[in-house]
Design a binder for this molecule. Structure first.
Ligand code: HEM
Length: 511
């Protein structure tokens, strides 16, 4: 089972199947209808059963909410409400309302933590991605400072080198001769792990140097692997329902080898004797350590230093673990299918390379515009994240209506719904990078979200994706291979679905 499917299954089991909630459905359903309809809001009913039915039919949560988005669009509504598993869901479609929720009035909304809350998980609950309130705010401010464009510039040489390593890896794969084409998904995965290992953990992970899995690949391969074992499915439920006991007994969803791996990096930083250290430019491990000292160092009731550093290093590598390789391999896929776009992009890459004395540098790469358009169009059609969620924490009167969103209601924004809405993106099924030429797509194109909780890694992602494309296109022509899935499978004739780990393309050396 792919990681995404596992997460989806996990989420669905612990979110949908506690059918104890059914009694809430029976009791609350009439009230919920009244709650929405008396305020003039379109009500789509209780979708619990429909969601489970779709889930069993293999429709993921992302695709399901896109279908719901399209129902709201057909009804010509700006937003709608529905109920599921005892919760009220609010589904905005209007870009200005989405902007208000994510940015202008963001103080009314927090993290969705009622569904699969990991508060009881002693490890992940310490990381930024699960932190709440003041702890989140302060930690985020510190971590964000390591991912600004000027800090990312300091990582340029490292990433550039990994671009060269990616080319060397692909050349070795080609020399082996394979009929199926290159597993570009795997190459992108190795490249991403090496970039994250070096820029975030100060480690030389060497994944692109080996054909088989490197140490970090093996360790990360354990992520959620325990869910292949039926008996381990008890863990999330236990953590969810008995958080105190789970914390006391140090229960975590994360495999113990992964925890050990991050603890080792944390210990190395604390002893200041990490033998794998590759330089202290934009040293993120040090920053995480100093954040702990600043926020908790003097507190009596402080989280364990090594655990906190390890959890936060883990928490900053999780968000890019599958998303970034998905983006890079989907770029390769669309370029293989659109030779005209590939040629135009290669011209830009070569011009940048040649006008800088036969090298890439940060300033020149930042000036490239077509590469941004290609990446953005890939993100629009194949967004690695499909949904944004918020929970209302302070009553919110929806502008222009008499409807007030209540505390505890969940807001879901369907990115696929927005990205494939022909009202905002003409001919949305057509891959056309030109649609991003100088046009403002604010709040109709949100692959990294916007506002206080938006993606911290955006500049790093863009830089590493550009460098992968620059190096690959200078050296290879990408074409479909016998194993490239064409056409992609379409769900509801709307969204292409593909497992990014199995993106095969042909790479032909450019002499
Ligand atoms: C193509 C790759 C990526 C995509 C599409 C992506 C997208 C997103 C999205 C949509 C969110 C949720 C924002 C929200 O709820 O409003 C998010 C959160 C986050 N991302 Fe990324 N991400 C990517 C890679 C990365 C990488 C490489 C990093 C590591 C530096 C990263 C760090 C984070 C963090 C820390 C958060 C949570 C922020 C918070 O809760 O305050 N992401 N990302």
């Amino acid at each position: 089972m792919a990681l995404g499917d596992k997460i989806n299954t996990l989420f669905s089991i612990y979110f949908i199947f506690p059918l104890a909630k059914v009694y809430l459905y029976l009791i609350r359903n009439p009230k919920t209808r009244e709650y929405f309809e008396s305020n003039g809001i379109l009500y789509l009913g209780d979708v619990s059963v429909d969601y489970v039915k779709n889930f069993i039919d293999g429709i993921s949560g992302t695709k399901y909410w896109m279908k719901v988005y399209n129902r709201i669009k057909q009804a010509n509504a700006d937003l709608a409400g529905c109920a599921m598993a005892g919760y009220n869901f609010v589904l905005p479609r209007n870009p200005s309302l989405i902007k208000a929720i994510l940015v202008k009035d963001a103080s009314h909304f927090g993290r969705v933590d009622t569904l699969l809350s990991l508060k009881g998980d002693y490890f992940v609950s310490k990381s930024l991605i699960f932190a709440q309130g003041e702890a989140w705010k302060k930690t985020r401010a510190k971590f964000e400072s390591a991912f600004t464009p000027s800090k990312i510039k300091q990582n340029f040489d490292q990433v550039n080198q990994f671009g060269k390593n990616l080319v060397a890896y692909l050349n070795r794969e080609l020399d082996r001769g394979t009929k199926a084409g290159i597993n570009f998904g795997l190459a992108a995965h190795k490249y991403t792990l090496d970039v994250a290992g070096s820029t975030t953990l100060n480690l030389n992970t060497g994944s692109l140097q080996t054909r088989g899995p490197s140490h970090i690949e093996q360790v990360w391969g354990k992520f959620f692997v325990s869910f292949d074992n039926f008996w381990n499915w008890w863990k999330p439920g236990f953590i969810q329902w008995f958080p105190r006991i789970a914390t006391y007994f140090k229960i975590t969803l994360v495999d113990k080898e992964i925890v050990q791996f991050y603890r080792h990096v944390a210990k190395g930083e604390m002893n200041n004797s990490n033998e794998n250290e590759v330089g202290d430019k934009n040293n993120f491990v040090q920053l995480v350590h100093s954040t702990w000292q600043e926020l908790y160092g003097r507190h009596v009731d402080r989280p364990d230093e090594e655990e906190w550093i390890a959890a936060n290093l883990f928490g900053m590598t999780v968000p890019g673990y599958q998303t970034t390789p998905t983006l890079i391999s989907m770029c390769a896929y669309v370029l293989a299918l659109h030779q005209d776009v590939q040629d135009k992009l290669r011209d830009e890459v070569n011009a940048t390379f040649e006008s800088n004395g036969g090298e890439f540098n940060y300033a020149a790469v930042s000036q490239m515009s077509y590469v941004d358009m290609v990446i953005n169009e890939t993100l629009r059609m194949h967004s690695p994240v499909g949904l944004l969620g918020r929970m209302c924490t302070k009553e919110y009167p929806v502008p222009g209506t008499k409807y007030v969103i209540k505390v505890g209601d969940i807001i879901l924004i369907s990115l696929y719904g927005l990205h494939y809405d022909e009202e905002y993106h003409e001919n949305p099924q057509v891959f056309n990078p030109e649609r991003f030429s100088g046009v403002n797509k604010d709040f109709t194109f949100l692959p990294f979200s916007q506002g206080l909780k938006s993606c911290i890694g955006i500049w790093m992602v863009m830089m590493q994706t550009k460098m992968a494309l620059c190096h690959v296109l200078r050296n290879f022509r990408l074409t479909p291979s016998p194993d490239t899935l064409i056409p992609m499978k379409f769900v509801n004739s709307q969204v292409p679905v593909m497992d990014p780990e199995k993106v095969f393309v042909n790479c032909t050396k450019i002499e």
